[in-house]
Write a protein that binds this ligand. Structure first.
Ligand SMILES: [Zn+2]
Length: 261
């Protein structure tokens, strides 16, 4: 009898702890997550709690768009700078008279900063990691090193200090949140995007798709590097700008969007 009672008691304690964590009150089933088949609560790529005081701040924002009633929109270009096709996008933006935010890859800044160095007036530069590895597979120290290295090359080559970071592929692990916070970054994702596959030969369709669906505070994803499909964004840019301006939208950088929300 005593043994059974102790087992029941111990089982009850474990379930009470589980219930406290989940809000569950059942006592007949052990939740599946009680096993060890999940990433650890601290360290690794997934954990987002600062269990060990590694960060020390708690100010990071994660934005897909910016909540605002003002008709503001931010264009963003990822993965550059590179000979294919960053200068063309800069030309098109200059012609359209709109600013953009470029989330740059550190090693591309190292190799191709000359393409953009004197052409960034009015534009913003964000941190898009050193080599476009998937940060959602890396732990906190690895990501901190990666983002620091990228910031340093942007400062050295372009004289800018980025305050925004975008994780490659939009993949976000807990360690990325902690790394961004520890280095003073806000995380910027997107809520609209160029759909190069769908509109590969239809830049007018691509422009219309965005003109019809952008909302105040939208952040649009595009790429200034890659295969030829990327060029639909270039070809659509003029119609996109014209169409959104006709709807009363003003183009701003992401930081401009945040500060004017
Ligand atoms: Zn990217």
């Amino acid at each position: 009898m005593e043994g059974i009672s102790r087992r029941r008691l111990l089982r009850g304690v474990g379930l009470a702890a589980a219930g406290a964590a989940t809000g569950a009150v059942g006592v007949t089933e052990v939740p599946r997550w009680c096993g060890w088949d999940h990433p650890p609560l601290s360290g690794g790529y997934a954990a987002a709690a600062d269990n060990q005081g590694a960060v020390g701040t708690s100010s990071v924002h994660i934005r897909y768009f910016v909540e605002t009633s003002r008709p503001l929109v931010a264009l963003t270009f990822d993965d550059g700078p590179a000979p294919r096709y960053t200068p063309w996008f800069l030309d098109a933006l200059e012609e359209a008279g709109v600013p953009a935010t470029f989330f740059m890859v550190g090693r591309n800044v190292r190799d191709h900063s000359g393409l953009v160095k004197d052409r960034l007036d009015g534009h913003e530069v964000g941190n898009h990691s050193w080599a476009h590895r998937d940060l959602a597979t890396m732990d906190l120290p690895q990501i901190q090193d990666d983002l620091r290295r990228t910031r340093e090359i942007i400062e050295e080559k372009l004289g800018r200090t980025p305050t925004l970071m975008r994780p490659p592929f939009g993949h976000l692990g807990g360690s990325t949140v902690l790394a961004a916070d520890s280095l003073g970054y806000d995380v910027v994702l997107w809520d609209r995007q160029m759909r190069e596959r769908r509109f590969k030969d239809d830049p007018a369709g691509q422009a219309k798709d965005l003109v019809d669906t952008v909302r105040p505070g939208s952040i649009i994803l595009a790429h200034d590097v890659g295969d030829e499909r990327r060029l639909v964004a270039l070809e659509a840019l003029k119609d996109l700008v014209t169409g959104l301006k006709a709807r009363g939208f003003e183009f701003v950088t992401v930081s401009g969007l945040i500060s004017r929300q």
